[in-house]
Design a protein around this ligand. Structure first.
Ligand code: FDA
Length: 402
């Protein structure tokens, strides 16, 4: 390894998705760039993302796919560096990819391809990267009371820089190196933090509920999950701790302790009316047999039992009874005990308040020369490649200015 640089035009803390993208953009403008990370290797979350295949963007990315106290903040950066720009970069590097579902683009091979892409771009931009580097202290350097950059003290030495970019991400998966460092730096310079909580995270259920569903872990079904203003039509998965799957991860971003979550278990169909029609055609059929059109046998038993229903031939149900049975079976409302928390959450909701950051350049309005990019900001995407697209777009915006 070469000597530790004591000076850089741009110092970026965090060698994840946003930090590496920002480094390559700034470096290609001729700025000298140093990226520091405390982890033993770069891009750990990219490597573990998308089940090892990195869902690197979404064809349908739009500002509506993001949560923030200020929903307008993300618009400018997303419009100036779009999903098409990142796809062009992926194609430039010859990385094979495919659309899995709902516009979600995944690598055909491994997430490693995306880390290699970013490292190649950084090499081309002559950006230097150092891992296993602890950041100890940041001091603004003032010259005749005018801000003149920063002095950053680290375990590898001191660096003086003009621009300082905080790209340290959110709090999810601490074992992968996630810390609240970015929020601490923001507070040091007078920023406020929108309260954070784990999102895109499985729900946990109480012991009684878990005992009831003990035959079901691994079973999934298509549902519409709704909570507050959110509603998502995707798969739900029973787990040993509670519920997961894309619909649950998505709706967890709308959920707060104590709120009920509603599942439509036969989305797109009016089950009471459907049962009435079936009774006209298949009078001798048992209810449980008909329900296997939608659910596995185990799920049919579970939903019947949960509602205290016996299965009878359809002809034995009266009109109002059959409609009532259909209504009960169609919806499931429950109050999760909690979530699995940052241990397994994909992202952190909340973060550095975007009212105090320029949406054009990502520069702090409190401290000239200080920038925030990626997940550390109060911008959180839906499941499906949106969080990486935010990392690329916000980093690109800052990289053009630092
Ligand atoms: P990121 O977390 O990538 O990088 C932050 C960097 O800062 C890390 O390298 C970390 O080590 C470093 N750091 C932290 N504290 C530090 C400190 N004190 N000192 C020095 N360095 C420090 N999104 C998506 O769009 N598609 C997907 O498929 C997935 N899949 C996925 C799976 C899993 C399991 C998780 C946990 C997350 C996802 N995500 C995702 C979300 C996505 O990974 C996330 O939004 C981006 O990585 C955020 O990029 P950042 O660069 O902001 O942070």
């Amino acid at each position: 390894m070469t000597d530790f640089p004591s000076q850089a035009d741009v110092l970026i803390i965090g060698a994840g998705a946003a930090g590496l993208m920002c480094a390559s953009v700034a470096g290609k403008r001729g700025r000298s760039v140093l990226v520091l990370d405390h982890a033993n290797k770069v891009g750990k979350k990219i490597l573990m993302s998308g089940g090892g295949r990195c869902n690197f963007t979404n064809l349908y990315t739009a500002p509506d796919n993001f949560y923030s106290e200020n929903p307008h903040f993300c618009k400018s950066a997303l419009a100036r560096y779009t999903q098409w720009d990142f796809i062009a970069l992926v194609e430039k590097h010859g990385i094979p990819y495919h659309e899995k579902t709902l516009g979600q683009l995944f690598c055909d091979n491994k997430s490693r391809d995306i880390v290699d892409l970013l490292l190649a771009e950084c090499r081309e931009a002559k950006a230097q990267i150092r891992t296993r580097c602890e950041i100890q202290r940041i001091e603004p350097v003032a010259d005749e009371s005018k801000a003149k950059g920063f002095e950053v003290h680290t375990s590898l030495g001191k660096v003086v820089c003009e621009s300082l970019v905080i790209a340290t991400g959110g709090l999810s998966i601490p074992t992968m190196g996630a810390t609240g460092f970015g929020y601490d730096v923001a507070r040091q310079f007078g920023h406020s933090i929108v309260p954070t909580r784990a999102a895109l995270v499985p729900f946990t259920l109480n012991q009684r509920a878990l005992e009831r569903q003990q035959e079901l872990p691994g079973t999934s079904l298509a549902v519409t999950a709704s909570c507050g203003e959110g509603s998502f039509h995707e798969q739900m998965l029973f787990t040993h701790k509670g519920l997961s799957g894309p619909s649950v991860l998505q709706i967890s971003s709308h959920w707060k302790k104590g709120m009920p979550v509603e599942f439509d278990l036969v989305p797109g169909l009016d089950l009471p009316e459907w049962l009435m029609e079936q009774r006209g055609k298949k009078q001798e059929s048992f209810l449980h047999t008909l329900l296997t059109e939608f659910w596995s046998k185990k799920l049919v038993q579970f939903f019947l039992h949960r509602n205290g229903l016996q299965s009878k031939p359809l002809k034995q149900y009266g009109d109002s009874e059959l409609r009532e049975v259909g209504k009960k079976l169609q919806t499931w409302s429950l109050i999760p005990e909690g979530t699995e928390g940052y241990r397994t959450a994909e992202v952190t909701l909340g973060g550095v308040n975007t009212d105090e950051v320029s949406s054009r350049s990502m520069e702090s309005m409190k401290q000239p020369g200080l920038y925030f990019v990626g997940e550390v900001l109060d911008v959180t995407g839906w499941l499906g490649g949106f969080n990486f697209q935010w990392a690329w777009a916000s980093a690109h915006a800052a990289g053009g200015e630092v």
